[in-house]
Design a binder for this molecule. Structure first.
Ligand code: A5P
Length: 239
């Protein structure tokens, strides 16, 4: 798919998702190119009277939100987040996600976890049958732990993320490692990573998204997790 085609699909999903934000709400604002369209649409709606506070998941999103005239709050100031909307790098049929290709996964996970509803938006190229298709799982680690983690996770061939020949530093001052998970069972990988000292967060977002809005060549699709039991648990309405 050409970049301009995928941009059109991202925009379609973002515009649809922006409709979910209502006046009086606190909304988590995700990071990345799909969310840029979301911020533009929310900015347009704010000019027409929508009043809400946004919780940005990155410095870049904060800057873009302010450029759109949106009111923002830091996550720690928000008692509750009504809805969070964010992009993803891979989405499986249960709406489990891999995130973090943009390097904002730690704050994205904090905001998504605090949100009453977490909606993922993407173009259809992000849909996969099984997470791990692209073979990369980003994790955020403390700088001090870098040498030890490289050794502890060497079977995942960890690569320190670089930008212009220098280590990429996240908004929270940490490093990103891109792991090559190959065919490893990702729930096993997650358990192991969570036990590894210095790993602050992983890009696996399991059982977090309750709704996906996907831009496709045939129009916008609204998806719920395929497994109805999981959907019911997420909505707290198991009878
Ligand atoms: C940022 O860390 C990521 O999790 C993004 O949400 C993800 O990479 C999706 O980005 P795009 O919308 O640019 O594809």
């Amino acid at each position: 798919m050409r970049g301009s085609d995928s941009d059109a699909l991202k925009k379609m999903a973002a515009i649809e998702a922006a409709k979910l934000v209502q006046s009086g709400q606190i909304a988590g604002l995700g990071s990345g190119s799909t969310c840029k369209f979301l911020l533009e649409e929310l900015g347009r709606r704010a000019k027409n009277g929508l009043e809400f506070f946004g919780i940005p998941t990155s410095r870049e999103t904060k800057k873009l939100a302010k450029e759109q005239g949106l009111k923002v709050l830091p996550a720690e100031k928000a008692e509750k987040i009504d809805i969070a909307i964010d992009g993803a790098d891979e989405i499986d049929p249960e709406l489990n996600l891999i995130k973090g290709y943009g390097g904002a996964l730690l704050r994205e996970k904090v905001v998504a976890s605090k949100a009453g509803i977490f909606v993922v938006i993407a173009d259809e190229s992000k849909m996969v049958k099984r997470l791990g298709k692209k073979g990369i799982l980003p994790i955020e680690i403390s700088k001090d732990s870098y040498p030890g983690i490289i050794d502890a996770l060497k079977d995942f061939k960890p690569a320190l993320r670089n930008v212009n020949g220098k280590p990429f530093i996240t908004d929270s001052g940490n490093f990103i490692l891109d792991l090559n998970t190959g065919k490893t069972d990702l729930s096993y990988a997650e358990r192991r990573l969570k036990k590894t000292s210095g790993v602050l967060e992983t890009g696996l977002f399991i059982l977090m998204a309750s709704h996906a809005i996907i831009g496709t060549k045939r129009g916008v699709m609204h998806l719920r997790p395929k497994n109805a039991h999981y959907e019911a648990i997420n909505h707290g309405n198991v009878s």
